[in-house]
Ligand binder design. Structure first.
Ligand code: FES
Length: 98
């Protein structure tokens, strides 16, 4: 079952557009705020708030494999077994979590 992301705002981070929105990440779960960003030719999403102390990841540094929180610099894998990222698809102006 795919999930529609409800985009709330668009942010320019050093020339890269990112989006903050709402989506239910698990079945029957309340919507949570997420960050969507371009990644390796597609789009990726993460929960908006950092797992360490809850800072927004909007202005984080993002590489191919890592997202680095701007508040204390904790690094989180985007991919793999412990990765916090998930794939997002863009269809026109809509974003979908497949
Ligand atoms: S709140 Fe993100 S590293 Fe501390």
């Amino acid at each position: 079952m795919s999930v529609q992301v409800i985009i709330q705002k668009e942010v320019d981070v050093d020339g890269q557009i990112r989006w903050v929105g709402l989506a239910s990440l698990k079945k029957d779960e309340d919507q949570t705020r997420i960050l969507v960003f371009p990644h390796q030719g597609g789009f990726k999403g993460v929960a908006l708030l950092c797992k360490h102390a809850g800072a927004p990841l909007t202005y984080s540094t993002i590489s191919d494999d890592l997202i680095i929180c701007p508040l204390h610099g904790f690094q989180f894998d985007l991919n793999g077994e412990y990765g916090i990222g998930f794939d997002v698809e863009r269809h026109g102006d809509d974003f979908i979590i497949p």
